[in-house]
Design a protein. Sequence first.
Length: 248
Amino acid sequence: MTELSVNLNAVALLRNRRDLPWPSMTGLGRIALEAGAVGLTVHPRPDERHTRRSDLPDLRTLIDTEFPDREFNIEGNPSEDFLELVEEIQPEQVTLVPDDPDQATSDHGWDFKADGAHLHKIVARLKVTTGARVSLFADADPAQMAAAAETGCDRVELYTGPYGGCHNDPEAQARELEKLAETAEAAIALGLGVNAGHDLTVENLTPLALRIPDLAEVSIGHGLTADALTYGMAETVRRFRRACGQVV
């Protein structure tokens, strides 16, 4: 069964438009977890344009005190500042992403053949200092999965941006789906778990989960937050869980 982790970055982005404490990341995170999300995801960027470092202890406390069976997933480029941050917060999952601080959003996976040795050292460090599951952001490229496995990571997170970007072109979307499926199959054959995320919606999530039946987890923020404006956070989480194939 594919699990749903709710990415709260868009909630934080809306909050940061004003010097006010709402919308509350912990408040909406609580609603998402009450509605059955497996965990919460954040991507604290250096400029703090959405999730702030100061948000992380509160989210950590929320999960520890009210939902101890759920997970905290922290994403980011593995700078020394980021590594020290996750070592302080102790998330259940760390997702390493090769994005530049100036990027609007993550838009590509690692080049594992070029970056594998560097990533191997970071993965080994995180396993010692946090005990977290380590996932690496990956493009839909089966040829990269052997090098990904050599880093010692537990999972790869498939970058689904090109798939989500084909929402008006069914033929192109079907081609992107096959690339993702072939990459997932290659990863699973090497013993890796598979996550996915970026531009996923209720409409395109079900075909993805059906085509990749061993998909472990999806992390969804923008599309889920947009739907929450219409349906509310709790019902939106239930809608996305149903799209994952869960009985809700």
